[in-house]
Design a protein around this ligand. Sequence first.
Ligand code: PMP
Length: 324
Amino acid sequence: IDWTEEAGWHDARLQPYGPIALQPASAVLHYGQEVFEGLKAYRHDDGSIWTFRPEKNAERLRSSARRLALPELGTADFLASLSELVVADRHWVPAGAERSLYLRPFIIANETFIGVRPAHAASYFVIASPAGPYFESGVRPVSIWISTEHARTARGGTGDAKCGGNYAASLLPQQEAMRNGCAQVLFADAETGTRVDEAGSMNLFAVTRDGALITPAASGSILEGITRDSVIQLARDQQIRVDERDVFVDELCDGLATGEITEIFATGTAAAITPIGQLKSPAGSWGSVDAATGPVTRALRDELTGIQHGRVEDRHGWLYRLDA
Ligand code: PMP
């Protein structure tokens, strides 16, 4: 769907996946004026196709767009774009416990000019790709690398928007994480370097000795994950206390060593809930501590993925049918 200031959103069309034409002076290529979303379509046992809380993705795409001075797309148009694509691509939606069709909606500034100002034209796309199990042989804990040199965002920045630039800044620390044998990087806050923000593409939770969950508060520097919000609600349904507050790197590392923290997990659309088996950091900082995958992580993961795949009752009305 295209957008201009004069015409608004117009010319919605479905076309085969392929190259798109952009002028070399297109604003998105120079100033990173771009926002995106990520969600999944799941095939249930009866063949019907569903997605999970897409209204939240629509809302987040709008707030990201506002931050990046891009036009906002209404929820109805967003939902219609997903349904239309998924119905056309229905054969690409895999069946199976951990399988799905990944959907990637995005908006780019699409005006040709050189000069730093918001573009007067934009385009919205949705592309799709089948996703296999995130964990090939059952859920396994991953290691996380605590970045001491780089922050993901700073106060007043774009940390709570889902825009390409945030990920551009995260790639070097992510590379460092992978070089150190870790699946993801963990960012601390930019101001003090002591508070946990989030992982490269996941929000972080810890389970305390008394069975409560702690997770960094949405202070403007983390992306407020839809999985994060769902986990908080599922935990509270089970009378598990959830504290959204400052969580310190020390608190996690020391807590794992003393038993004050019993489990750590990360949440995101890609893997739903990922147990964290190890926190590692550069020599001379926090060192390396191991964590075990525990019952709280397992139970929350089973419930959440059960709802998404239609095996567990959807008490909150989170599922949205795409092929009806
Ligand atoms: N933080 C970041 C930086 C992310 O990229 C993601 C993935 N969208 C998340 C958190 C988790 O968000 P969600 O649960 O909505 O996928």
